[in-house]
Design a protein around this ligand. Structure first.
Ligand code: ADP
Ligand code: UDP
Length: 238
């Protein structure tokens, strides 16, 4: 499948049309951003590691019965995906406190949450992706009650699959963000599941191995992404 035309370019990925109007090529670029695009850098090799990582994770998720947009890898940093009509909402599950919830609620980082907690955020960089609730999603027409139910249920299912997958690699899945969309009325997991959109710590030492290394200037960002990848069985060879 070949790229025809650039459809959109976000902070880290670009989408291209293909000969099939239901399918897009998603290109993972080396661009890395944080704080709603206020900190931006190019990190060599990130596009490749994230594309490979995402392909592996999406395939595992699909195997567990959750529909995803992922079809196939087409190059080291590009994948073919179903074209979705995205719900402009980020679904976040937290197994352990970190990031914005600590600031918002004055919590210490590292508290285990039983049961895990769930939040919706409205995708809008200018507004800083504000947290919203179910009523906002419906009143402002960002999604329906059915979208909300399905997204929440699927996100918790993904959490069960991924928590185990990371635990098997000696890793803790602290939190993660997912985005969903529809094609022909059916809801699919879209976007990506990579260390750019989740927090992963070493289970023993609690060393941060995800995008917090970039956000907090801890260094070895790509090396850490590669370490998570190898510990969950992602092949980074050509
Ligand atoms: P952002 O700057 O919004 O973080 P990215 O650089 O991650 O964006 O680019 C991905 C964009 O493509 C996002 O806006 C995301 O919602 C959208 N997207 C993800 N998967 C699909 C899909 N399967 N079909 C259409 N759009 C998608
Ligand atoms: N996240 C993301 N994109 C966003 C906001 C958050 O991928 O625009 C991910 C983030 O990497 C983390 C989880 O969602 O794994 C929860 O993020 P949080 O609300 O703590 O925000 P942060 O402090 O990371 O901005």
């Amino acid at each position: 499948m070949k790229k025809i035309e650039l459809l959109s370019s976000g902070k880290a990925k670009s989408l291209y049309t293909t000969e099939n109007s239901d399918q897009l090529i998603m290109e993972y670029r080396d661009d890395t951003s944080a704080f709603d695009g206020k900190k931006i850098e190019k990190l060599a090799g990130k596009g490749t590691v994230n594309n490979r990582f995402n392909a592996h994770v999406m395939q595992q998720i699909e195997k567990s019965g959750i529909p995803t947009h992922f079809i196939d890898e087409v190059s080291e940093n590009e994948s073919l995906v179903r074209k979705l009509e995205m719900v402009p909402i980020e679904c976040v599950v937290r197994n352990i406190t970190a990031g914005s919830i600590c600031k918002r609620l004055g919590l210490e980082e590292g508290m285990e949450l039983n049961p895990p907690t769930f939040e919706f955020f409205y995708k809008d960089d200018e507004l800083g992706d504000p947290m919203v609730n179910e009523f906002h999603i419906i009143s402002f027409n960002w999604g329906t009650e059915e979208d909300i139910e399905e997204m929440r249920e699927l996100t918790f299912k993904v959490n069960d699959v991924l928590k185990k997958m990371f635990a098997d690699g000696g890793l803790l899945l602290v939190d993660f963000k997912l985005e969903f969309g529809r094609q022909d009325g059916k809801m699919y997991l879209g976007d990506e599941m990579t260390p750019d959109g989740c927090r992963v710590w070493d289970a023993e030492t609690r060393k941060k191995l995800d995008k917090d290394r970039f956000r907090q200037g801890l260094g070895d960002v790509i090396e850490s992404y590669q370490e998570i990848a190898s510990r969950i069985g992602v092949s980074l060879e050509n």
